[in-house]
Design a protein around this ligand. Sequence first.
Ligand SMILES: [Zn+2]
Length: 103
Amino acid sequence: MPLSEVGKAWRRQQRKAWRKARWCLLALALGGSAYAFTAPDDARPWGDLHYLGFVLLFAGIVGIVFTLLMHYRCPECGKLVGSATGGIDLAPRECSHCGVSFL
Ligand SMILES: [Zn+2]
């Protein structure tokens, strides 16, 4: 595959990953605000919403991490695209495994 093709394939891959992660982002945003604007000792239903918000927030984070781990893969070698620090680089310029350029 010529380099520009790899870059295009990578961009498709990224878009797919975020499309799949958008419900998790929504859960994260909704859960996070519910959690932030309520307290556990508030009268019902706000006290319950606090815990629900926390569960949604947590599920959203887990979901996003899981989705990215599933889909942030190099189109050339199929390995997870990582950064030097070991985390996921959200906008990598090249594959950390085979070194192919995504630009
Ligand atoms: Zn690679």
